[in-house]
Design a protein around this ligand. Structure first.
Ligand code: PXP
Length: 241
């Protein structure tokens, strides 16, 4: 059965908007665990725009499930991964100007370099994943690198502007999953998945984990809005007039 791993980056995005203490992504992660999430994902970006180093440390020491660390293949991040020892490291491409991860990691021609980068991480017993597009060449390169998992980028599928494009992207992902499994890779999916577009994957076999953040945090704002306003109205209604 596939499982859900919740990305809490955008709780931190909200906190960093005021550079304060709330909302705390670590508390959000604990609630996600209580609700049944199989694990928690954070992307520690080079520019620290949302998740901070101390969040990663706190998550590692307080989570009862698994911490997944998304990161760029840099020396700084490698050090942090080796120090933190998360359950899984997923390598992602990173550009400073992008709003979010824009596409899969290009593994072609980087097989040796990425294999070497992951070697000390694997030696620590950390599971590894590569976030890649559903392209045959990328999947073959990932297999050569020797990662246990790949995460197929579902962003093009999620962003498709019409049904035909979306169906084409869906077919590419399904073919990618099949090909990866033939090569012995385990497959996760992520990026842009929401309460509607995820339904297409219900009958697709061989998916280990769904990595979902933005749509869950977005929905959390609205399912919590009613209670949050009610609680403030209750406080103010007891004030002197
Ligand atoms: N997987 C990867 C590799 C990502 O970079 C992200 C976004 O940080 C996600 C999954 C989650 O995407 P979303 O927030 O759109 O659900």
């Amino acid at each position: 059965m596939p499982v859900l791993v919740v990305n809490v980056d955008h709780i931190a995005t909200l906190r960093q908007a005021r550079l304060g203490k709330e909302p705390d992504p670590v508390t959000g992660a604990h609630l996600a665990e209580l609700a049944g999430a199989h694990g928690i994902i954070v992307h520690l970006r080079e520019d620290r725009r949302h998740i901070q180093d101390k969040d990663v440390e706190l998550l590692k020491t307080t989570l009862k499930t698994n911490l997944h660390l998304e990161m760029a293949a840099t020396e700084e991040m490698q050090k942090i991964a080796l120090h933190t020892v998360p359950h899984m490291v997923c390598l992602v491409p990173e550009k400073r100007q992008e709003l979010t991860t824009e596409g899969g990691l290009n593994c072609l021609g980087r097989e040796g370099e990425l294999k070497e980068f992951l070697a000390p991480i694997k030696a620590k017993g950390i599971k590894t994943s590569l976030f890649i597009d559903a392209e045959k060449e990328q999947i073959e390169a990932a297999a050569k690198i020797g990662t246990e998992y790949i995460e197929i980028h579902t962003g093009h599928y999620a962003d498709a502007q019409n049904t035909e494009d979306q169906q084409n992207e869906f077919k590419k992902i399904v073919a990618g999953i099949e090909f990866a499994r033939e090569l012995g890779l385990k497959v996760n999916l992520g990026h842009g998945l929401n309460y509607h577009n995820i339904l297409a994957f219900a009958k697709v076999p061989g998916i280990c984990e769904y990595s979902i953040g933005h749509s869950i945090i977005s929905r959390a704002v609205f399912v919590g809005m009613f209670k949050a306003v009610q609680q403030m109205v209750n406080i103010i209604s007891q004030f002197v007039s």
